[in-house]
Ligand binder design. Structure first.
Ligand SMILES: O=C(O)CCC(=O)C(=O)O
Length: 327
C-alpha cells in the first residue's frame, strides 16, 4: 500500500490501489455464486429441450442466453442491493456469503481506514454491475448505469440531503474483470472534487447526472483502469462516469461504500453497521446470517412505503453550483 495513499487520494479525488485482493480467495467465490444463481434461473426459465445444453455453457454464455429471455427484473438477481421501487417482501437481490465476506474484507478495510480512520460503517449504497458488450444491449439499457454506461455524477448526488451534507462517504469499486478504456472503465477529472457538490439533473430513468455534463467531455480526464485484485477509491464529490463497453467481453464490477461512524448513511431506510472499530462491542453484525437478517428486516419495513430509498437530486437554487460557473 502506498505511504502517501491519503494525500494522493485527497489531491486527485480518486485512487487506484493495486493488488489489494486475491482473485481466487476474494473474488472468484462471488462469480461462483453468480453462476449458481444463473443455474437456478436456467432450471426455472429455459425450456426443457434446451436445458441440458444451456447448463453446459460457460459463465458468459449462460448470462447472455438468460438475458435474452426477458426475465422480469433480470439484473436484480445479480445486484447486491434491493430494487429502489415497487419492492415486495420477497424482492430479489444478490446476498451471498461471498458478498458478505467482501463487505467486511480486512484488506479492503485496511485501505479505507487510511482515509477515514478506524471507526468504519458499511454504507448501504452498493451495486454490482454486469456489463455486456454495448453492441449486445438494447436501446433501453445502453444508458442504464447497471448494465450500460454510467453518466457523469458525484456519489453525494445519490444520498439524502442530510447525507449530501454530513456523510464522509467513500466508494470502493472492485473489478472482477480487468477493466480498461475499451471495456468501459470509469473516468474522472482530477482535482474537480475540491469544488464541492455540483448541480445535477435527472437523466435516463431518473439517474442523477451532473447538469450540462457535456462540458466535462472537453476536460482532461484520467481513465481509472484497474486489474483484477486492484480497488478504485472515490470520494463523495469525485466527478466520474463510465465509458461504453466497446469490447467483445463482459465487464463485471461491484461498488461497495463505507462511511465514518457517527454520520448518517444517506440511505436511512437501509442498514448500515460497524465493520471496524477500536471498541469490539460496536461490531454487532458478526455473521452472514445476521447480515442477511438486518437487510431482511429493513426491507420488510420498506414494503408498505413501496421504496427502499429516495434521494433528492442536488439542484441548488440559482446557477452558482452549475458546472459552467465552477470550472
Ligand atoms: O461501474 C460503473 O460503471 C460506475 C460506478 C459508479 O459510478 C460508482 O460506483 O459510483
Amino acid at each position: 500500500m502506498p505511504n502517501n495513499l491519503k494525500s494522493q487520494f485527497e489531491k486527485q479525488g480518486f485512487l487506484v490501489v493495486r493488488n489489494v485482493l486475491d482473485f481466487n480467495f476474494d473474488l472468484k467465490p462471488v462469480l461462483n455464486d453468480m453462476e449458481f444463481i444463473m443455474n437456478r434461473l436456467i432450471d426455472r426459465f429455459v425450456s426443457k429441450n434446451n436445458k441440458s445444453k444451456v447448463f453446459k455453457y460457460d459463465f458468459w454464455k449462460k448470462y447472455t442466453h438468460l438475458s435474452k429471455l426477458k426475465i422480469h427484473e433480470f439484473d436484480q438477481y445479480f445486484n447486491i442491493r434491493p430494487p429502489r421501487d415497487n419492492i415486495t417482501k420477497d424482492c430479489e437481490y444478490f446476498a451471498s456469503q461471498s458478498v458478505w465476506n467482501l463487505v467486511k474484507n480486512e484488506k479492503i478495510l485496511d485501505v479505507i481506514e487510511k482515509i477515514i480512520g478506524p471507526e468504519i460503517l458499511a454504507n448501504p449504497v452498493q451495486n454490482s454491475r454486469i456489463k455486456q458488450p454495448e453492441k449486445f444491449l438494447g436501446k433501453n439499457t445502453v444508458h442504464d448505469g447497471l448494465s450500460g454506461r454510467t453518466p457523469w455524477h458525484q456519489d453525494a448526488g445519490v444520498l439524502s440531503r442530510q447525507g449530501q451534507k454530513q456523510t464522509d462517504l467513500i466508494t470502493c469499486w472492485i473489478p472482477f474483470t480487468n477493466t480498461t478504456i475499451k471495456n468501459g472503465c470509469m473516468i474522472s477529472v482530477p482535482g474537480l472534487h475540491k469544488k464541492g457538490l455540483f448541480n445535477h439533473e435527472a437523466g435516463f430513468k431518473g439517474q442523477a447526472q451532473i447538469k450540462d455534463s457535456e462540458l466535462l467531455d472537453k476536460l482532461k480526464t484520467t481513465a481509472l483502469e484497474a486489474n483484477i485484485g486492484d480497488i478504485v477509491l472515490l470520494g463523495k464529490h469525485t466527478v466520474h462516469c463510465s465509458l461504453p463497453n466497446n469490447s467483445n467481453n463482459f465487464r463485471i464490477s461491484m461498488d461497495l461504500r463505507y462511511h465514518k461512524a457517527g454520520q448518517p448513511s444517506g440511505r436511512d431506510l437501509l442498514p448500515s453497521f460497524y465493520v471496524r472499530s477500536k471498541n469490539k462491542k460496536n461490531i454487532s453484525v458478526t455473521s452472514y446470517k445476521e447480515w442477511l437478517a438486518i437487510w431482511y428486516n429493513k426491507i420488510q419495513k420498506c414494503v408498505p412505503k413501496k421504496y427502499t430509498f429516495k434521494y433528492t437530486i442536488p439542484t441548488f437554487k440559482g446557477t452558482s453550483r452549475d458546472l459552467i460557473n465552477l470550472l
